[in-house]
Design a protein around this ligand. Structure first.
Ligand SMILES: O=C(O)CCC(=O)C(=O)O
Length: 279
């Protein structure tokens, strides 16, 4: 249950521009969260126009961030998609997910009680135009606001279905295939994502190692509140030098005294994750 509603609504401005949306075209194998084995090798282009969104800084609690943290490293866009778009995308991805069982992982897994798939054949899996348009709009936002400085190729979207009682523990995404951003569309349930400085820039294997690391880095962290239908982006150092995790249900988010705390009950959550391929 959300006990307090954050006040600010997103400010949007109309920027209509020509879109060159890169689409992955390679077939890839399924991946795990910590070490995706996907690779995108070629791209096709399409032309569309979309409205760009501005981020919602009130959804980021950086009060205990390290002094070199800058807002562009972790951004959340509230209400990135409409209810209709969210429902459409959930229905499309559930066609793939319903054939799978929740995986429990082993005792110190990064992710527990989850299903996952990769949209390596996005054109055929995503059947509705509403969902297709939404995925293109996300890519356009990421391309224009977070990746405009470089030429890149998209990896196939990665979909995670996290059970209400599932866990997504602290990790840094593998740098083997994935590039400068990790961005996710959060569907169905709210959650809090915590970033903790991790200068090794690589996955901490094993619960003991992760706990030791957390103890060593002390109290520095950044929390992102991810309401359903929001889009988060971890960019550059936010992706390479901070681990990310979802806090347990019942955790509290508070970005400043004025907004007040909100208690976030995490339920069944689906996320659609976008990554650029490593250069
Ligand atoms: O479900 C999410 O939004 C987070 C996914 C994640 O941590 C990852 O793919 O590395």
């Amino acid at each position: 249950m959300i006990t307090t509603v954050l006040k600010h609504q997103p400010t949007k401005f109309a920027v209509y521009a020509r879109l060159v949306a890169r689409r992955h075209a390679s077939a890839v194998a399924a991946s795990s969260v910590a070490a995706p084995i996907a690779a995108a090798t070629s791209a096709t282009t399409t032309t569309s126009t979309f409205e760009l969104c501005d981020p919602n800084p009130e959804l980021v609690d950086a009060r205990l961030a390290p002094s070199n943290f800058v807002p562009s490293l972790a951004v959340v866009y509230r209400d990135f998609c409409t209810e209709e778009e969210a429902q459409s995308l959930v229905s499309d991805v559930q066609v793939c997910l319903k054939r799978r069982r929740y995986e429990m992982g082993h005792w110190d897994s990064v992710i527990v009680n989850y299903k996952e798939t990769e949209l390596h054949d996005e054109e055929s899996i995503i059947s509705s135009d509403i969902s297709k348009n939404l995925l293109d709009r996300v890519r356009y936002q990421l391309q224009e606001r977070h990746l405009s400085h470089k030429d890149f190729t998209w990896l196939p979207c990665h979909v995670i279905d996290l059970h209400k009682d599932g866990e997504l523990n602290a990790h840094v995404d593998s740098v083997r295939f994935s590039g400068d951003i990790v961005a996710g569309l959060s569907l169905l349930s709210p959650s809090i994502m915590r970033l903790v400085p991790d200068d090794d820039g690589d996955v901490k294997h094993g619960l003991v190692e992760r706990k030791k690391h957390e103890a060593a880095v002390g109290v520095n962290w950044v929390d992102l509140y991810l309401p359903p239908r929001s889009l988060y982006v971890l960019a550059d150092a936010g992706r390479y030098h901070y681990s990310h995790q979802l806090l347990p249900s019942g955790s509290v988010f508070c970005s400043n005294e004025e907004e007040g705390p909100i208690t976030v009950q995490r339920d069944h959550r689906i996320s659609v994750i976008f990554r650029d391929a490593k250069d």
